[in-house]
Design a protein around this ligand. Structure first.
Ligand SMILES: [Fe+2]
Length: 511
């Protein structure tokens, strides 16, 4: 791989944002909308047809009682449908049991994993382990079902047209009541075990003194066709994973969990996790096919050790020669949740940035090496959907405007892993971006993509951008071939969408 040149477009001497502007994206959106978007700069490409679903916390307070961390906010789905050069917007809260109860009561009734407490101090919270399935992390469309995901419990099923909540999804009873199903499934576009048909691979974590990792594989009808459990030593906090055609790979970040302050009602469970800088990151490699298990190693699982670091999100993984290559956003330490702090007052300069690293796993000698690809602060990476588990050339992600330091995400960046070229579109100083999605131009015929060359970036990068000047959000569409160019189209919504987490684009036009 060639050496990477830092992209020198942004100045590092002046801040590209103000905290007051950034805070506007963390205001609750209580209203639910349903309208055709008619305030548009540029033109929506007529060949861009399909639906972008996004999920994220919509409420940061319950009737004026503030929640402690955005990750504790109730899930709200946004749907942007593109059809013949027009676009339609709709948003709905996921009607989880907790959402319905709390809206009815007009107050916080549940503790949140990331520190939200019921009113009344520690006495009111002690020994209450009843958490709310907030369905706020991702939204996928698979096997004809739209599912809102939250990693600690089962998905909620929604109507893809109306976004009405239809109930919890347990996949014909394969999941038990409240069984976890992570919020970061990977879509294998051509699964060898399913005769080359697409397949969804996901995992779940059951933490404890040792941790149970369960791997699920679903065929394209939405049925769980494989489910296998593995045990690894120690506590694990694993949010995301990656797949190759033969393996699932999970990073067990070096953390320790002290449950006492949580049990005593003084902190949320997430605030009891402490990063262990002197411990290695453990890289867990699980075969997807039973016949590749090594002799004498019953389930074929291998655990390798890498330098200490914290990973929330991976971009992709693939097998090359005798190695597994993984691109991930890695932090020097876990950005810890402090019990007394208000997330709205985050001091970005005091936190370490996420940076893009490439990891190389050698399964023969159990060695892991890594190289820094992008030192600019970044998060929310993605690749072409046909490249999941395969060698990708291009990667897209949210990034800081400045090329060093830590900051809110204000830009979308494209990295060419072959040439080292980097491109950046920035919404600074008044704009703040959420996760970008890459949509291939030929998505409906994507299965033929593997036979083509040179067009991996033929498509669009799109997503939501909060415009603090007008306190509203835009849907921004960029030409993925050249992120340095101005947007192809900027669709002004009538309101803001709070900073979201994850979502997916699907070919189906749901209006
Ligand atoms: Fe995530």
């Amino acid at each position: 791989m060639q050496n990477f040149q830092l992209y020198e477009r942004a100045s590092t001497t002046e801040k590209s944002y103000s905290r007051e502007n950034w805070q506007g994206g963390y205001q609750s959106l209580t209203e639910e909308f349903d309208y055709w978007i008619d305030d548009i700069e540029g033109e929506i490409p007529p060949e861009l047809n399909g639906t972008l679903f996004k999920n994220g916390p919509g409420l940061f307070d319950i009737n004026g009682q503030n929640i402690h961390h955005p990750f504790d906010g109730d899930g709200m789905i946004s749907k942007i449908t593109f059809t013949n050069g027009r676009a339609h917007f709709r948003n709905r809260f996921v009607r989880t049991e907790g959402y319905i109860e709390e809206q009815k009561a007009g107050k916080i009734l549940y503790r949140g994993v990331f520190g939200t407490q019921k009113p009344g101090g520690w006495l009111a919270n002690a020994f209450d382990f009843n958490l709310k399935n907030i369905a706020n992390t991702n939204v996928i469309y698979w096997g004809g079902k739209l599912l809102a995901l939250w990693e600690a419990a089962e998905p909620h099923k929604l109507d893809p047209q109306t976004l009405e909540t239809l109930g919890k999804e347990q996949f014909d009873g394969v999941l038990s009541e409240d069984e976890a199903f992570a919020a970061h499934p990977r879509f294998d576009p051509h699964c060898e075990q399913n005769n080359g048909e697409p397949c969804l691979v996901n995992f779940s974590i059951k933490p404890g003194l040792s941790t149970t990792i369960t791997i699920f594989e679903l065929d394209n009808t939405g049925k769980i066709v494989r489910k296998n459990a593995y045990s690894v030593p120690g506590f694990a906090f694993i949010h995301d994973f990656v797949i190759t055609q033969n393996y699932c790979i999970l990073f067990q970040n070096p953390v320790a969990f002290n449950p006492l302050p949580f049990a005593l009602g003084m902190r949320g469970a997430g605030e009891c996790i402490k990063f262990q800088p002197n411990q290695p990151t453990k890289v867990i490699v699980i075969p997807r096919k039973p016949n590749i298990a090594k002799e004498g190693n019953k389930n074929g699982m291998q655990i390798l050790e890498a330098q200490s670091g914290f990973v929330f999100h991976h971009a992709n993984a693939f097998e090359k020669d005798s190695e597994i290559v993984i691109d991930s956003i890695c932090y020097e330490t876990l950005p810890e949740v402090e019990a007394g702090n208000d997330f709205r007052e985050t001091d970005f300069d005091a936190l370490k940035p996420g940076q893009l690293w490439r990891f190389y796993l050698n399964l023969e000698n159990n060695q892991v090496r890594r190289e820094l690809i992008e030192s600019r602060c970044c998060e929310f990476p993605c690749v072409h959907p046909e490249k999941v588990g395969r060698d990708h050339r291009y990667l897209y992600m949210g990034a800081g405007h400045a090329n060093s330091g830590n900051a809110p995400l204000q830009a979308w960046e494209k990295v060419d892993l072959q040439t080292g070229e980097k491109q950046l579109w920035s919404a600074a100083p008044h704009g703040f971006v959420s996760e970008p999605n890459f949509v291939p131009r030929d998505m409906p015929k994507a299965s033929s993509f593997a036979n083509r060359n040179g067009d991996e970036d033929d498509g669009w990068v799109l997503g939501l951008v909060y415009d603090s000047t007008h306190h509203r959000s835009d849907v921004v569409i960029l030409d993925a071939k050249d992120l340095n160019k101005e947007p192809i189209a900027r669709l002004h919504l009538k309101h803001h969408i709070p900073y979201g987490l994850h979502g997916n684009f699907v070919n189906e036009v749901f209006v």
